[in-house]
Design a protein around this ligand. Structure first.
Ligand code: GLN
Length: 280
């Protein structure tokens, strides 16, 4: 399983968010503490981030281990953002390699990561596409149109169709899991999604944690400037991640089979529909 993390809050350097914490996403690439499946995440990584006023995020992805990228430390030191989604990858058997197979996947203003697997990939995907999109393109056409032959890219194709049709982020994640399971699909569906304003995520097969706190109460918010406007309430930040990146207070685990929506001003968690019989 991969590890992933999303952050919303005052602008902070990628370094403070992704490599400085004692059990950072960077470190989780080789020493995750709570990973249920797999031991290292060496099959690539990706970082997506938003900058002021531009609703479309930038991405930096590589198909190599995050610790072996000589360019990343410089970038992480100078890039600052108030909305970041990043992942380190442990490729599922039978999926493609390379940077195009690494999360975050993107579509317009959305960034997406998947920690888990679609069982039976890729054969199961063609059948699911035919059942879930009966009036749409054939299953084979959907698979051929994917950015990379990865179960995560296929699931993202299902989710992004819903987003483009106007579904809210958490609803699109939950509905996709329900639809895949109702169509006979099984697997582990830990999704992480942002539009730069809010984060939606699911716990379905692996852990999910979040921490919401006033900025300046420790890394990653530490050193981040407030709004500066007199009388403004102190800004808050929220981090949603596969596992806590430090042993500090404030981390809350999301119960299994739940979907979360998080912004710096609040977090809500609600149950997913029960798995269909025969599902996970
Ligand atoms: N199945 C996805 C991939 O191959 C995610 C893998 C994971 O969570 N380890 O990239």
């Amino acid at each position: 399983m991969c590890r992933h993390l999303a952050y919303l809050g005052p602008p902070a350097t990628l370094r403070s968010l992704l490599t400085d914490p004692p059990h950072s996403l960077f470190r989780q690439a080789w020493a995750p503490r709570r990973q249920r499946y797999g031991t290292v995440n060496a099959d690539g990584f990706g970082i997506g981030w938003y900058t002021d006023g531009d609703p479309v995020p930038a991405r930096y992805r590589r198909g190599t281990p995050i610790w072996g990228d000589p360019s990343l430390p410089d970038l992480a030191r100078v890039i600052r953002s108030g909305a970041v989604l990043a992942a380190v990858r442990s490729a599922t058997e039978g999926t493609a390699a390379g940077e195009q197979a690494a999360a975050p996947f993107a579509d317009g203003r959305w960034l997406f990561s998947h920690n888990g697997r679609l069982d039976g990939w890729p054969e199961s995907a063609a059948g699911l596409a035919a059942r879930l999109l009966p009036a749409g393109p054939s299953g084979a056409a959907i698979l051929l149109s994917l950015e990379a032959m990865v179960d995560s890219a296929f699931l993202w194709a299902l989710i992004s169709r819903r987003l483009r049709a106007g579904e809210a982020m958490a609803a699109a994640l939950a509905a996709t899991i329900a639809a895949v399971e109702a169509a006979g699909g099984a697997g582990r569906f830990n999704f992480l999604l942002t539009d730069g304003q809010a984060i939606a995520a699911t716990a379905s097969g692996d852990m999910l944690w979040y921490r919401r706190r006033p900025a300046g109460s420790g890394a990653p918010g530490s050193g981040a400037p407030g709004s500066g406007a007199p009388g403004d309430a102190a800004p808050w930040s929220v981090t949603v991640a596969s596992e806590p990146d430090d042993d500090g207070p404030g981390w809350t685990e999301v119960p299994a089979r739940h979907v979360l929506t998080a912004t710096p001003s609040g977090v809500s968690v609600r149950p997913l529909a029960p798995a269909a019989p025969g599902g996970p």
